[in-house]
Design a protein around this ligand. Structure first.
Ligand code: G3P
Length: 223
């Protein structure tokens, strides 16, 4: 399973890249605004800056919601850098745009997916990635992981090439459940990736190894 980081924060992207396990980045207009990145030129430059840090795909989301606007904006985004993936919302004109980009060989990520039917449409339109938002489903008392499982199953039955990019991940348990469900990618906040490291028995085991090593060194020095 690929690990993407879901942020527009340059420091966090660098930290995840330095860890050596990062396969890409996803952003959205809310994440860009959170970093204070406003104005078209600044936003475009920020995407280029992100692309230059990582070695994998970087999703950049269109703001337009009409076919023509999505195409114009998507083509501009795609021309910024070879790593850019055009992120398109799950709406009627979005589906048409996914098909357009797919025919042209431009990579896409269909975002705001909340049902298996939406994921089926995105795959039919040739999306490179589909982004089901599991945390937001959990927030309204629906089973987000079940949706990931359903989409993975449907794509497998029909051999769709679209990759399931599990999004809106909130915890390390979400990441593990996505891996069990067969998601191709999990896009996560940095904290959730780092939380995968944690186990109390790792901490206590390491403390004991180090203290036993120290005791051994002291015994040797005393002889
Ligand atoms: O990038 C889309 C998605 O991951 C949003 O996550 O936490 O805002 O539901 P969240």
């Amino acid at each position: 399973m690929k690990f993407f980081i879901d942020t527009a924060n340059i420091e966090q992207i660098k930290e995840a890249q330095d860890l050596g396990v990062l396969d890409g980045v996803t952003t959205n207009p809310s994440l860009m605004a959170k970093e204070g990145i406003t104005g078209e030129e600044n936003i475009m430059q920020h995407y280029i800056d992100i692309c230059e840090i990582v070695t994998g795909d970087v999703s950049a989301e269109v703001i337009a919601t009409d076919f023509k606007g999505i195409i114009t904006e998507g083509e501009r985004l795609a021309s910024l850098h070879k790593r850019i993936v055009v992120k398109v919302p799950m709406i009627k004109d979005g589906i048409k745009a996914l098909k357009y980009f797919s025919d042209k060989g431009t990579k896409t990520n269909c975002t705001l997916v909340f049902s298996p039917g939406q994921a089926l449409l995105a795959a039919k339109a040739g999306a490179t990635y589909v982004s089901p938002f599991l945390g937001r489903l959990d927030d309204i008392n629906q089973d987000g992981i079940l949706l990931i499982e359903q989409i993975v199953k449907i794509y497998h039955i029909y051999n769709f090439k679209t990759q399931v990019l599990a999004a809106s991940i909130r915890s390390p348990l979400h990441i593990v459940r996505c891996a069990e469900a067969g998601a191709h990618v999990a896009t996560c906040p940095l904290a959730a990736i780092l939380d995968l490291l944690k186990h109390p028995l790792t901490d206590s085991g390491l403390a004991k190894f180090l203290s036993d090593y120290k005791k051994g060194q002291q015994t040797q020095a005393a002889v």
